[in-house]
Design a protein around this ligand. Sequence first.
Ligand code: AFP
Length: 338
Amino acid sequence: MATSRISLTRFLIERQRDKALINADLRLLIETVARACKAISHAVNKGALAGNLGSAGTDNVQGEVQKKLDVLSNEILLEANEWGGNLAALASEEMEDPHPIPTHFPKGEYLLLFDPLDGSSNIDVNVSVGTIFSVLRCPKAATGGGYCEADEKAFLQPGTQQIAAGFAVYGPSTMLVLTVGDGTHGFTLDREMGSFVLTHPDIRIPEDTAEFAINMSNMRRWEPAVKRYIDECLAGKTGVRGKDFNMRWVASMVSDVYRILTRGGIFMYPRDDKNTAGRLRLMYEANPMSFIIEQAGGASTDGNGRLLDVKPEGLHQRVAVILGSKNEVERVTSYHKG
Ligand code: AFP
């Protein structure tokens, strides 16, 4: 690997040593999650060869059919993060309750939340999927009061309290996108070296776009503000926007968000009369993605206000998500207010 290339480890060491942005425990946490994502990437890439496709024959707490890789990815993340002494508890889309650190391991001040395999309905059709994670601090530890218990209320903090967030996308290349609060940075997995290499430092999202991402099959259910915005995009040059728009919908949030980070765009999963609270999960999908998007100069709202300000009431609560290029998100917000 060319010496000019910066590995994830060097990136984190520099933020620990030079910027005091993170401490050793958080560095270990991020490196451990990244290592788990390498293992998940390997399992995803093996696919049918390892008998990893298809359903596990079980449902998760959301009542959704679990894929074999959902269960495997969750197990990989649990096993990787139990022993480090840096976590008080973990929470996952695939588990109803928080997972305590086994008593034979030391605990730490951090809380890790994750969607182990986002977009899993795409696995069997060989479309990119990914892993999303979010890091909070124990409420008591934040006030020096020691480590919290593995109960739901310790996790119920607004997205503004996140210490770090990231996602992996298992695509043509495996990418890790990360923020620790000083911008958003992209790393590419070098499979020969087995390490993530900094290839997209300081990602900035264009403030304008001509590309939207939404599941159009829900159109009849949308709120008027969303309907107005999409109708104007579809009218293109002939309408008030005066330019034509393109549409993308991968149905893997990690892929749509990564595209928006690289070339701009707006991602919308609004509430509707079927998904009355929205479809995406606040704590381990919307919050980490919103932190990443804001750190890259974009914006994220639930239609009423800044998404990161939403006060959580439940670990698996759903939320409406509109995020991406700042000027477009602000336009949709103004339509909601109007
Ligand atoms: P799955 O993990 O169940 O496939 O859901 C993926 C997701 O949470 C998010 O990644 C997509 O953007 C969204 O749901 C796709 O939803 P639709 O299947 O309704 O388009």
